[in-house]
Design a protein around this ligand. Sequence first.
Ligand code: MSS
Length: 366
Amino acid sequence: SPAAKPLPSYVSWKDSSALIVHSSGTIETRRSAFGTSVITPAEQLYVRNNLPAPDASIIANRDAWELQIEGVKRPATLKLQQLKRMGLETVTAVLQCSGNGRGLFPSKPSGTPWQIGAAGCVVWSGVPVRALIAALGGVADGMVYMTGTGGEKLPEGIDPKSIMVERSVPLKALDEAILAWEMNGAPLPLAHGGPLRLIIPGYAGVNNIKYIKRLAFTTEQTEANIQKHGYRISPPGQKGDATHPSVWEMNVKSWINSPAPETGDIPAGDTLIQGVAFGGMHAVKTVEVSVDGGKTWKAARFIGPDMGKYAWRQFVLAVRLDAGNYTIACRATDSQGQVQPEARAENAGGYNNNSWKDHAMQINVV
Ligand code: MSS
């Protein structure tokens, strides 16, 4: 096996045994680390930084962090301390990189070859964007998008648009969005966007702007490269542009965490097949498991608390397996009846892979 890379210093507090370090800005949770109790602890949560993380000094005085709000009737710059008095909500939501599952594309699109671990289920707490807007007189007339800007310091001499993390989402996303300062009951770590982060439940990771410094309601999508060309569902071989859908709403998905081939052979007899399932924008309703590569399916049972429609649910199915090779798979269905598809939707960036077939695994029972 390739030599394990050490954790970069900005995340040295994380649990290295739970993580695969692809690069300093791309760190994946191991399948074996997910556990069975719904929430992903901060120490085990994946990290994706498109730019180097800001200096830790930005969390030294969290309450002094400033957010600029534009495209409302009364634009303002507010300190986190003020935001904390404007409203409070808690939401449990899956945070998932749009490239999660890219490593399962046979075409090997460029980008981090994430398997299943660029995702986690997290409890976020903060002020609803709705409450903030109401306090500022409402969204200005004619606005179509909500645009968030990351607080990274950009190097000089480079066109900021070419590297800045700024994303636009449809205006309706504001209904459920929060500006979060807390994660899993603790102040938001710098690596996950502290002191303040935009959380848009159900939307792909990239839209959840870390260390947010500006929230703007706009008539157009941002011209930043990460929006204009990046994170677009373009056909293989084609560069993304405005004519291709942006990665916004997540789709229905599930995968098996145990048993997994990485943990070795499985003894014959009783086995629990266990994993996670979520619906993206809608609650997950059912999940089925197959031990014959998708020829036949059995309904699995959800376990643990239901943390709401944006959270994932843990599932389990008890099976008895004789010695042999098995292809185990799972397939989720959401409350709208949308079923996790067999085939991935091919695209140049390797985004949104929810193919149950790509996520199936070979296990060896002895
Ligand atoms: N934000 C900022 N500011 N920066 C960066 O870089 N990234 C993205 C998001 N946000 C960023 C941001 C991405 S891309 C993702 S996934 C996410 O974030 C992650 O998160 P964490 O916490 O895990 O790290 Mo893909 O779709």
